[in-house]
Design a protein around this ligand. Structure first.
Ligand SMILES: Nc1ncnc2c1ncn2[C@@H]1O[C@H](COP(=O)(O)OP(=O)(O)OP(=O)(O)O)[C@@H](O)[C@H]1O
Length: 298
């Protein structure tokens, strides 16, 4: 049975630096949650607290209704940003060791290592030491390490950074597959197009505070919309008097407007038509990247 991972009002300071400030959100069973924010926003700190390797100054992390203790921690698959494999240990032996550490029998560990190394395309490297592998392959091993014990939750810190496109596809498929079995999956990333494509919900963190949470569609719906209007006879400033509308440019009868989310675009169309013919009228909703910029610079 799968449970929600709840981050409930966590705060964390490092000396004078406030890394997290009363941060709350949840990751639900079967969803992939994208955790995005600028460098130093607090993503790694949050994930380390979620796993229990770092303690919060206040607040709590729960899986279902149980606080994350040692027992719960064993059910989490974690991929740390600083990675954390033993460089001189052989890939297969290391993965089997980690699986057993999380409670699998020797036989189950061996079976699981075989299955995941095959799935992640590293089955021919199990006899090599980790440091003999390319960085991308080391990352595949790191993902295998997060998966071999069949975790109830996946917490992955920048799992996609440095991967080639094929590895990105494999990683994406695996995360979707795990989510489909009901596992809550959270990962941090700076690759917003990937986040937009893969995640059911996204949280944008800035300066240790959650600034926006929702589906990509919900987040895009809260941003300003751009409207491109081609009305050759419209005078300069024809839209100035409209509430919630800003003129970005007006060149050769073509006006680019920014509309606050509450503005009815049909009202703009009527206003434009009063000036003469309207040849083009197209709406552009912000991408996740544009939303991100808007939110973190607000
Ligand atoms: N061990 C530490 N000692 C002091 N300050 C720290 C420590 N770890 C993190 N910080 C600070 O806490 C804040 C949050 O850092 P964190 O690593 O959680 O951010 P992040 O969102 O993961 O960044 P990035 O995208 O660059 O990985 C930053 O200001 C960082 O400098």
């Amino acid at each position: 049975m799968s449970h929600t991972l709840t981050i409930d009002g966590i705060s964390k300071r490092y000396g004078d630096v406030v890394a997290l400030d009363d941060l709350s959100f949840d990751v639900r069973p079967g969803e992939i949650f994208g955790f995005v924010g600028s460098n130093g926003a607090g993503k790694t700190t949050t994930m380390r607290i979620a796993l229990g390797v770092l303690s919060a100054d206040s607040g709590e992390v729960r899986l279902g209704n149980k606080p994350v203790d040692l027992e719960v921690r064993r059910t989490i698959g974690y991929m740390p940003e600083e990675r954390g494999l033993y460089p001189k240990m052989k890939v297969g032996a290391q993965l089997a060791y980690l699986a057993e550490l999380h409670g699998l029998t020797r036989a189950a560990a061996r079976e699981s290592v075989g299955r995941w190394t095959e799935r992640l395309g590293i089955s021919d490297r199990t006899g090599d030491t980790v440091d003999a592998l390319s960085l991308g392959n080391q990352q595949r091993v790191q993902l295998a390490a997060a998966l071999v014990h069949d975790p109830a939750v996946l917490v992955l810190d920048e799992p996609f950074s440095g991967l080639d496109p094929v590895a990105v596809d494999v990683m994406s498929e695996v995360l979707l597959e795990k989510a489909r079995t009901g596992v809550p999956v959270i990962f941090s990333s700076h690759q917003l197009e990937l986040v937009q494509r893969l995640c059911h919900r996204v949280g944008i963190i800035a300066s240790g505070k959650m600034r926006a949470v929702g589906t990509v569609e919900e987040l895009r719906g809260t941003g300003n919309v751009q409207l491109d209007v081609s009305a050759p006879e419209a005078p300069v400033g024809w839209a100035h008097h409209l509430d919630g509308v800003t003129t970005i440019s007006h060149v050769d009868g073509r006006t680019l407007l920014s509309l606050e989310p509450h503005v009815d675009d049909q009202l703009i169309l009527h206003t434009a038509l009063k000036t003469g013919p309207v040849h083009e009228f197209s709406l552009h909703r912000p991408s996740l990247t544009e939303m991100f910029r808007e939110v973190v610079t607000a």
